[in-house]
Ligand binder design. Sequence first.
Ligand code: FES
Length: 361
Amino acid sequence: MKTFPFIYNEPKEFLSSLQPKQWADFLLGEINPRFSVTAIKARVVAVREETEDSKTLVLKPNWLWKGFRSGQHIPVTVEIAGRRVTRFYSLSSVPGEKHLSITVKRQKGGLVSNFINQNIKKGDLLELGEASGEFVLPQTLPSKFLFLAGGSGITPIHSILKQLQSLKYNGKATLLYFVRSFEDIILRSSLEEIAKQTGWLEIHYVFSDVPKEGYDSGFLTKEILQKYTKDLKSYSVYVCGPAPMQTKALSLLEGNEVKSELFMLPGQSALKVKKTGTVDVFLSRSHKTIQVKGERSLLEELEDQGIYPQSGCRMGICHTCVCKKTVGSVTDLSKGEVSQLGEENIQICVSRAESNLELEL
Ligand code: FES
């Protein structure tokens, strides 16, 4: 029997083996590095210094960018020392503006936030992903909003406030912004401009580290909520900030409608424990066995040993880090649940080793 070559039997597979998209990307990239048919690439068209340790990058994405809703975040990928690293950042701009922007604050030990603040300049190219997240406005706007922001948690709230402004909102909104000092207020002039132009926004800064005359200092308490709200239960609340602030807010706002977005700092994985001894993790694709303590997330413990699996949000949202566990048990740090011993997909950024493991990595 006559056998036809691959090209006749499997025309689709043959065409895809030629990798036309990769070729198109290569050729388009020669014309303009922002052009691509596979990846959302964005040119940095401006860099604005917001505070001593935070910057806003104004970005012009290519045609693959599908837009976003105020309050959502995007994965941003940069190449650091030959390694592609992805982190999630909230958009601080508002849909409908000519360009989009992200505002990035340096985090202690934060690989990408430090890299962006130190190295990214006008003209550079970043790779983005699609926007996602449920920290967005509802269809029907409530008459009263309370926004609680902590540190760089102001960025999605800034976008939401600008969106309310463009929607000609005519209710009332109170922003309590908890930040280390007056100098650390991110996007201050823009926030105050919204308040001035609209008349419905009241802003109160609360300084945790460096008190300032005429301003509140300290952390989120019942007293401070009562000071700036009337009939707390009648507010629709949006909270974005570090984990301790979120936990406190949720406990003080029981009975309120609350939307919250967590900002987890590097090394701040929930449910850290102290353990004695180590367990073996066999990485079946790379045929390596390493020892981990099982005290932090598998992702962090692998990275400590120079192994860098794909990751994104590092807090169990984006699923970039999902891999198959074929043997052993882990604790899912997002739920506090210990898994079965058998085969399942796990998110290694929120999974801690409990026994010897075998992972498809
Ligand atoms: S890195 Fe996003 S879910 Fe793990």
